[in-house]
Design a protein around this ligand. Structure first.
Ligand code: TXA
Ligand code: MG
Length: 332
């Protein structure tokens, strides 16, 4: 066990901490743990009461289904009734990794996990601590991102501690999440593969493997899946997406900048967050949520976010920025 606060496991390579976490999960408790995308709040997926604790801690509405995390690709077959060839191909090539597949569920998956849907979302994370935890728990782990409902996903253990620290018995610390945005969710229900959430695996990579994937309509006012609400991932400070910071008058207001590069008028901003000095979308995704959190902590009047190109990981970044900025208007 690491030093420091009770219930806060610091050591990355500390198998004892992971064992303790697995023990909590076997007894029906929730534990926060790192994945390659974001930190998850996990519980035994096959125990409805344990899963209910997750909803309670996050204040998450019960209509929002959870993702099941497995430690082996072969475990998918125990949770779903069929695996179409496209899904099989992606799982073979991309697991472990930030890809979640939605398929018809088997009876063993409790209704509370799927919000009563006949389908279930499953992924195998690419993170040594997560995989070890699932193995030791001897059950798939249901885990949403470890943040209060509607807020930004945590990408460090400290983010989890700040928001849910008093409600979870143990937070496993694996350092910052290398991918930084949540998994890509693909549904294989009803024939054609359909993108439900852009994420850590790019659409380009997926389409190179299985061909054309249906995309969600541009303005996601109609949730593609329960829980994919137009307003989500939102900080307390209003975020506005805009290309031309010149077009607004911020005088007298405390405004922050979030962009791939320096803003045109740096003096207009109280604080500047640059997601990637070299304009690399992978680096930008890894920095996204922590940068928004830093801006949010400054009690600014507004955060201006520069749109990024919608290719590769830029799709996931823009999806999160759109939801974080949903319906924010600025009168200048
Ligand atoms: O990267 C990730 O996916 C992270 C880490 C912890 O694994 N998890 C995550 O979980 O982002 P969460 O709960 O924040 O988002 C899961 C979303 C739900 O909001 C819902 O939209 C979708 O997955 N989902 C889950 N089950 C579904 C189903 N049966 N059909 C359609 N969508 C589903
Ligand atoms: Mg979430």
């Amino acid at each position: 066990m690491g030093k420091g606060q009770q219930g806060y496991a610091f050591a990355m390579e500390d198998d004892e901490a992971i064992r303790r976490a697995a023990e909590i999960i076997r007894r029906g408790g929730p534990v926060a743990f790192p994945t390659e995308t974001v930190y998850g709040l996990g519980a035994d997926a096959l125990a409805p009461l344990a899963v209910a604790r997750i909803f309670e801690v996050k204040k998450r509405p019960y209509f929002d289904p959870l993702i099941l995390h497995v430690a082996n690709p072969g475990d998918l077959g125990q949770l779903v009734t069929e695996i179409p060839s496209g899904a099989k191909k992606l799982v073979d090539r991309l697991w472990p990794g930030p890809l979640t597949v939605v398929l018809p569920k088997k009876e063993v998956v409790p209704d509370i996990v799927t919000a009563g849907l006949p389908t279930v979302a499953v992924r195998m994370p690419r993170h040594a601590i997560a995989l070890r935890l699932i193995q030791l728990a001897e059950s798939p782990i249901a885990a949403p991102s470890a943040n209060p409902f509607g807020y930004l996903s945590p990408t460090t253990a400290a983010h989890v501690r700040d928001q849910l620290g008093d409600q979870v018995d143990l937070i496993l610390d694996g350092g910052p999440c290398p991918v930084g945005v949540e998994s890509t969710i693909l549904s294989f229900v009803g024939g054609k593969p359909r993108l439900l959430r852009p994420g850590g695996v790019t659409l380009e990579e997926i389409e190179a493997m299985i061909g054309r994937v249906e995309r969600p309509p541009e303005e996601a006012d109609h949730p593609q899946s329960p829980g994919m609400l137009p307003k989500h991932y939102a900080p307390r400070t209003p975020i506005m997406l805009d290309r031309s910071e010149e077009g607004y008058d911020y005088s007298g207001k405390r405004v922050g900048w979030l962009g791939l590069r320096e803003p045109g008028q740096p003096h207009a901003f109280q604080h500047v967050e640059i997601l990637s000095g070299i304009g690399d979308l992978k680096e930008a995704a890894a920095n996204l949520f922590a940068a928004i959190r830093r801006l949010d902590a400054l009690n600014l009047d507004l955060i201006v976010a520069e749109p990024v190109p919608e290719v590769g990981l830029g799709r996931a970044i823009m999806d999160r920025l759109r939801r974080a900025s949903h319906r924010v208007q600025w009168d200048g």
